[in-house]
Design a protein around this ligand. Structure first.
Ligand SMILES: N[C@@H](CCC(=O)NCCCC(=O)O)C(=O)O
Length: 262
């Protein structure tokens, strides 16, 4: 049985009345159906009650990227600049969901905003516009480029911790990654180990130090280029293998399985 993979949604206005909808990018659905080898399950931003209800039925969790930003109140940061997009419903859902998933040992892959949520959920903080900090490069989405190029362009290289998860996948070649973010890790959460850095020192990859299984976060977007980039694909294949192991354990341990439709 293929593993069920939770994908975090954002609340986004749709249609002529801009009514709130719960949405996630097609790139996450496709990567779960592809190299992850699972069944995607979109998780609405329905608040903290979602975690205990849904986690026992999942075999893995992806925290997705988004243009919105973690509200600074969650890390005692200064208010965002006027017009900075936020998604309070998503924060209220993913921060407790991350803590519960890690406590349960559920395989977890946090991407971009999800990477930032992982750090905040575990007690870290964020810088809100890293391009304004001395010595830092601009990691944000170039507004004048076409989306395909932004998503697959390699914006900067990464220094990887020898022996770390991504370093094992990248071999000696090292990797270059896309970059679509304004925010970044300021104070690293105590339970996270940094394993990858941009040339300007921005933390780009972390591991949950005391997690029993797969629990990683990346600031870049491997879901945008796994069809052409071997390391991106391998990240999802390793995550999928961890989820498949979790699923087989869940079946054998008799943990709740979705009730088959009548
Ligand atoms: N908003 C945060 C996180 C950035 C992020 O997740 N980018 C993905 C954008 C996806 C899209 O363009 O739809 C930040 O700016 O740091």
């Amino acid at each position: 049985m293929k593993p069920l993979i939770g994908i975090s949604c954002c609340v986004k206005p749709f249609g002529i009345f801009a009514t709130p909808n719960h949405a996630a990018s097609d790139s996450y659905v496709r990567v779960v159906l592809g190299p992850v080898g699972g069944i995607p399950v979109l998780l609405p931003a329905a608040g903290e009650a979602l975690a205990p209800a849904v986690l026992p039925r999942l075999d893995g969790l992806i925290l997705t990227g988004s243009r919105s930003n973690v509200c600074p109140e969650h890390y005692q940061g200064p208010p965002h600049a006027e017009g900075t997009p936020e998604d309070h419903d998503r924060d209220a859902t993913t921060l407790p969901l991350i803590r519960a998933a890690i406590a349960a040992g559920l395989p977890l892959l946090a991407i971009c905003r999800g990477f930032q949520e992982l750090n905040v959920a575990l007690g870290g903080s964020l810088d809100q516009r890293i391009q304004d900090l001395p010595g830092r490069i601009d990691h944000s989405t170039p507004a004048d480029q076409k989306l395909p190029r932004i998503r697959t362009a390699k914006a900067h290289g990464l220094r990887l911790q020898p022996g770390s998860f991504v370093a094992e996948l990248a071999g000696d070649t090292g990797i270059a990654v896309n970059s679509l973010h304004n925010q970044g890790i300021a104070r690293l959460a105590p339970r996270l180990a940094a394993e990858g850095w941009a040339p300007d020192g921005t933390i780009e990859a972390v591991r949950v130090k005391d997690a029993p299984g797969f629990a990683y976060g990346v600031q870049w977007h491997p879901e945008y280029d796994w069809e052409r980039d071997a390391v991106s694909r391998a990240i999802f294949e390793r995550f999928g293998a961890a989820c498949a192991d979790w699923a087989s354990g869940r079946q054998s341990a008799g943990r709740p399985l979705p009730v088959a439709a009548e």
